[in-house]
Design a protein around this ligand. Structure first.
Ligand SMILES: O=P(O)(O)O[C@H]1O[C@H](CO)[C@@H](O)[C@H]1O
Ligand SMILES: O=c1cc[nH]c(=O)[nH]1
Length: 232
């Protein structure tokens, strides 16, 4: 057991789906896993292990934001031997290239977080996805008939910003969407030599103002869940 995860060694699979929302982890476990066991309820950050088409896989909430994700990824990797993490998250479109409910495979993640400034002493690090996972996710999406956009995203420390047009410069540089965890996930994956990919569903658009409900964000973004499960 760790401070934040109440699982025994061996309770967690080598491959973990990691949504921010712990109730999305619960949804994945209840709707896709056979022989499911809940291994974590600490802080309500649910974690489950089960089987998907015979493959052992876990689903664990990360919480919102990079500090929270960082705690779970560090413990999953260092204490439980996790080797492959796929974030299945929601994001806000900051580009007209993507619309609400589109699926994005995040090839890289820009950020306003100070975490990598601290790690790299103010120099710039480019957090990127694991190529093999990205390729497998793309091929699976094609096979499932799901259109995906592959591109750069932005991981923000702030959901609410005073400047409502903060994203314009990032949009001009081709960044597709904003969320709050991927830059740290990709950085930790590189540090610990594991595989990582963020598969995101556009839950709202900062450009058009269109939105989905919290229930939709918890339960209906199934295309990304199925892509992640197929390549688990
Ligand atoms: O839907 P999840 O995976 O939580 O992801 C997004 O939603 C949260 C903000 O509403 C942040 O965690 C952001 O990254
Ligand atoms: O971080 C996020 C996630 C979804 N939508 C947003 O606008 N921001």
């Amino acid at each position: 057991m760790t401070v934040h995860i109440g699982a025994k060694k061996g309770d967690i699979a080598e491959t973990v789906l990691l949504p921010g929302d712990p109730l999305r982890a619960k949804y994945i476990a209840e709707n896709y896993f056979d022989d499911v066991e809940c291994y974590n309820e600490v802080r309500g950050m649910y974690g489950y292990t089960g089987y998907y088409k015979g493959k052992r896989v876990s689903a664990q909430g990360s919480g919102m934001g990079m500090p929270s994700l960082s705690i779970y990824v560090n413990e999953l990797v260092q204490e439980y031997g996790v080797k492959k993490i796929m974030r299945v998250g929601s994001c806000g479109a900051i580009s007209e290239r993507v619309n609400v409910r589109d699926v994005i495979l995040a090839i890289g993640a820009c950020s306003n977080s100070k975490m990598n400034d601290i790690r790299f002493d103010g120099q710039s690090y480019s957090p990127t996805a694991t190529y093999e996972l990205l390729q497998a996710a793309y091929q699976t999406a094609e096979a499932n008939g799901v259109d995906v956009e592959v591109g750069n995203i932005y991981s923000s420390d702030m959901f609410y910003q005073d400047d409502r047009n903060w994203y314009e410069v990032w949009k001009e540089y081709g960044v597709l969407a904003v969320e709050m965890e991927t830059a740290e996930l990709y950085t930790l994956a590189a540090r610990h030599n594991i595989e990582a990919l963020s598969i995101l569903t556009v839950s709202d658009s900062l450009v058009t103002g269109e939105e989905t409900t919290s229930e939709e964000r918890e339960k209906t973004f199934t295309d990304m869940m199925e892509i992640a499960l197929e390549i688990a």
